[in-house]
Design a protein around this ligand. Sequence first.
Ligand code: ATP
Ligand code: MG
Ligand code: MG
Ligand code: MG
Length: 575
Amino acid sequence: MKASQFLISTLKEAPADAEVVSHKLMTRAGMIKKLGAGIYNYMPMGLRVIRKVEAIVREEMNRAGAIEVTMPVVQPAELWQETGRFDKMGPELLRIQDRHERDFVIQPTSEEVVTDIARQEFKSYKQLPKNLYQIQTKFRDERRPRFGLMRGREFIMKDAYSFDKDRDAAQISYQTMREAYKRIFDRFGLQYRAVRADSGAIGGDLSEEFQVIASTGEDAIVYCPNSDYAANIEKAESLPPAGPRPAPAQAMAKVATPGNSTCESVAQQLGLPLAQTVKSLVLATDETDEAGQVVKTQVWLLLLRGDHEMNEIKVGKVEGLANFRFATVAEIEEHFGCQPGYLGPVNLKKPVKLVVDREVAVMADWVCGANEVDFHITGVNFGRDLPEPEVVADLRNVVAGDKSPDGKGELLIERGIEIGHVFYLGTKYSKAMKATFLAENGKPTEFEMGCYGIGVTRLPAAAIEQSHDERGIIWPDAIAPFTVVVCPIGMDRSELVKAEAEKLYAELLALGVDVILDDRGERPGAMFADWELIGVPHRVVLGDRGLKEGIVEYQHRRDTEATKLAVGEVLAHLK
Ligand code: ATP
Ligand code: MG
Ligand code: MG
Ligand code: MG
C-alpha cells in the first residue's frame, strides 16, 4: 500500500466523549469515526485491524473443526417467540417492523436461528458433533454505549454454536472451543485470563470468560497467583476466612464519614476491596449544621447486580475510579429528576421498597446493603415486568487476601475486559424449539448445545488499553494495520531515496510483508508522529545521507532509539 493512495486521517485532539485511551487513540489515529451513540464507521485504517482479527479467529475456528455460516442481521420474530426471548429480553433487543407490520429483531446473538438450521439439517446422531460459526454484525441497544468500540451498540462478534448428541460429547466440544480461544488470544499477544463465569440455571463450571487484563476494564476478576484458580467477581468463592471478618450486615452498615469521603476511604473503612465498591451506587445523606455546612455524611453502599455498572450511573464524578466522590442524595435526586426529598433520608427500620415511577434503569433491579440484617432496600422496575430482585445477604463473597478455594494461596483482584465467552447451554434452546435428531436408539433427542462468542471489534480496543504510550498505539504484529512502514525522507528531492524506498517496498511486498510506503511527502516530524500514533510496529527510515553510506534506520515502536542497518540487512531484519 502507498500512503498517498490510502486514507490517513489522524487528529491532534481526541473527541470530548472519549474517556478511555483506546477510544481516544482509535479516533485520533483515524481508525473509527462516530456516526451516532455506539455506532461507528470502521475507517480503512481501523478496518485493516478488524480484518486481521477476523482472519486469525476464522483460521483457528476452522482448525478446531467449526464451519462458517452467515445468519441474517434482520431475523423474523417468530423464531424468537419460540424461545420466548422476543418478549423476555429487555430493551437491549432491537425490535423492528417491516411494511406489513411484521415483527423482526436485529440479532444481538443467534441461538434461535442457528437452532432452526440445526433442526432442519442435523437429522441423525451420525451427523454430530457440529459447530456452526459466523463473524457477523450484532446490535445491542446498550443502556450506555461508551468507550468507542469497547461497548458499541452495533459491533462485530464471532459467535459459534455447537450441537452434540449428549452431555459428554458437548463437554468435549466446549473444551475444543476453549482451547481454540487460548490459541486465538495467544496469537494476538494479549495478556489475558480465562475466568469462571456464571453458567446460569445449568450450574457447574462450564462457562468461562476470557478477560484481557486492563485497569480500565469494567469487570473485576479474582485469581490466585499460585494456582490456576480464576473467576469473575460474581462467581468467585473463597475458603472461610481464618481471622474475624466483619459480618456482612456490619460491613454494609451505614457509616458516618466526613463529607469529603472518597471511594477509597470508605472502602478502607468498610474493609471492602475497591473493586467491589466501584460496582456500587453510593447513597448518602448530608447532615448540616444551622449554617448549612455539611458536618457529616451518612453513606449507604448500594451494590448493583447483574449488568449494571458503576460508570453507567453517572452520579457524582466518575473519572478514574479512585477520584469518585460520593454523590449526595440531593445530587442523585437531581440526576434522576426526582422531587427533592424523594429518596431520603430512608427509614431502614424495615425492608423498604423504593418505587421509581418512570423507567430509570439504574434505580431498578438492584439491591442494597443495609445497616441491619435483612433491612435492605430493593429497587423495583416500573413499566417492565421483571422478576423482583432477590435480597442479597452477603455481597462480599470474596475479598482480596481471602484464601483461594483450592487452598493454594491468597486471592488477588484485578480488572479485566471481557473479550470472549464460552458457554455450555445444555438443551435450553433445543427444548424450546423442539430441535431434535434421531439418536442411536432411534428416538428423537434434543441437541446438547454450547455457544461461544468473541468481541471482534472490542478486541482491538482491549489490545490498545494494554499496549500504548504517550505517542500512540503500539500494535502487536498480528493485528497491526500495517506491520512495516517505510518512511523515505526527501523522496521528492533525492532520486536515490526514491529509488531505494520503492525498491525496499517492492521487496517487502514480494516477501508477503504487510508494508506501507509513506510517499505523501510529509516532513519527517509529522510523518513519524502519524505512524507512532497509528502504532505500526516496525519503521524503516531512508535518508539521502545514510543511503550514500549504505545505511538506513530501523526502529521498533517500543524502541527509544533507531538502529542503523546496512541496506542489505533490512529484509533479513524484518522477516
Ligand atoms: P458485557 O458483559 O461486556 O456486556 P456480554 O457478556 O453481554 O458482554 P456476550 O453475550 O458474552 O457479551 O457476547 C460475547 C462477546 O461479545 C463478549 O465477550 C464481548 O467480547 C462482545 N461484546 C458484547 N457486548 C459488546 C458490545 N456492546 N460492544 C462490543 N463487543 C461486545
Ligand atoms: Mg452485555
Ligand atoms: Mg459479560
Ligand atoms: Mg458474556
